[in-house]
Design a binder for this molecule. Structure first.
Ligand code: SAH
Length: 368
């Protein structure tokens, strides 16, 4: 399998050729993925009054409950009837690992035995949760551990929301920001991702402001075009990582399917349509994409629409030989961008994206 995956990469193919996999039909419905009205209908279907649906929502979305036994005011008959097909605990915290930068990562167990990871990044008074959207990833970016662990399936909207709720339960309050930068490609699982956004944003639930929710894509154009029509104020990040198609193809096989020129056109349309800027993620890899010419080229391509660039030093990954540039080289790169009129920020190695991005905890769990 590893050989086959490598083969795919060398051919520059997205693992999408292997097919997008839905949530298995025999899995219980994750209750965190239902709107209040849907919970009410569910209760009515089993002969319970609709207001029980409201109570359920309250437990799940406001009080972060993940077990039937916590829901004291619900009748046993209701819990029993629902538990045949639904679960209030679709995402269980299995193992925590901290890092010196203060991020807390959890390996999360799903009902079918698969695992993902979720990260909490505390920064000043703001807590940011980084969620996964798929078990593994099909995109096959050269430097990203998520794809190396293999792709198993999409997450349901409930499994996505439940990650945030699990962290909220640990914190004892709602997180401030949610970034879709964990394992997986959000726009390869568009419907579940968008529904999870609407639930997190729901005024009667966690009520996380749309502007505090960031969707990050490797450049899946149809997703960008659909998002532009949603009328949501969410933040959009696009992972670029290279300033020309040739280099991008080496790092990101998705370039073959959604070429950079078409991608940047879609981004320009998005900013025009939504009046919102885009953040471009650019992981700096020493000797690969960190030269002055790269910065000049990048600025040249991005100057035409409102955006900013987030420079991220490469976080070491087992299967990828590469290193982050020196701090001064990264600062130099940033200065070139800024001199050419493109705004940028430089994350330190403790920055949120690095801690969140790489799927390394799941990899380790698979190896032990
Ligand atoms: N699939 C989505 C979201 C997940 S990754 C996307 O590609 O945007 C979140 C960010 O972390 C992406 O920009 C990704 O390219 C980056 N990333 C992945 N592995 C990394 C690594 N080893 N070092 C630094 N950034 C990495």
């Amino acid at each position: 399998m590893a050989g086959k995956r490598l083969h795919h990469f060398l051919l520059g193919k997205v693992q999408g050729d292997l097919g997008n996999k839905p949530v298995p039909r025999d899995m219980k419905t994750a209750l965190q993925g239902l709107f209040p009205e849907e919970l009410q209908s569910l209760c009515k279907e089993i002969g319970q009054p609709a207001f029980r649906g409201r109570q359920l929502w309250q437990w799940l979305q406001v009080r972060h409950a993940d077990g039937w036994d916590l829901m004291g005011n619900l009748p046993q008959a209701l819990k029993q009837a629902l538990s045949a097909t639904c679960t209030p605990g679709p995402a269980r915290l299995l193992k925590e690992s901290g890092d010196p930068g203060g991020a807390r990562k959890w390996l999360i167990g799903l009902d079918d035995g698969e695992s993902i990871e979720t990260v909490l990044i505390p920064a000043r008074e703001r807590n940011t949760v980084c969620v996964s959207t798929q078990v593994g990833c099909r995109m096959g970016c050269a430097f990203c551990a998520s794809a190396k662990g293999g792709y198993a399936r999409n997450l349901s909207e409930g499994e996505i929301v439940a990650q945030v709720q699990a962290v909220a339960a640990v914190l004892g309050r709602r997180p401030d920001n949610v970034v879709y930068m964990g394992m997986g490609e959000p726009f390869d699982n568009y419907d579940a991702v968008l529904k999870s956004v609407r639930i997190l944003n729901h005024p009667d639930g966690l009520n996380i402001g749309a502007r505090r929710i960031t969707l990050s894509t490797s450049g899946v154009i149809p997703g960008i075009r659909r998002l532009a029509e949603e009328g949501l104020q969410v933040e959009l990040s696009v992972s670029l990582h290279a300033a020309n198609p040739e280099l991008r193809r080496r790092l990101m096989p998705v370039e073959n399917k959604y070429p950079m020129d078409a991608l940047l056109d879609a981004c320009a349309d998005y900013t025009a349509r939504t009046k919102r800027h885009i953040t471009f993620e650019y992981t700096l890899i020493r000797g690969v994409n960190d030269a002055r010419e790269n910065a000049e080229q990048l600025a040249g391509r991005l100057r035409r629409f409102p955006c900013r660039v987030n420079l991220i030093p490469l976080s070491p990954v087992e299967e990828f030989e590469g290193a982050a540039p020196s701090r001064s080289a990264m600062e130099g790169f940033l200065r070139v961008l800024e001199k050419r009129g493109v705004e940028g920020t430089l994350r330190d190695s403790k920055g949120q994206h690095v801690d969140a991005a790489c799927g390394q905890l799941r990899r380790r769990a698979h190896h032990t």
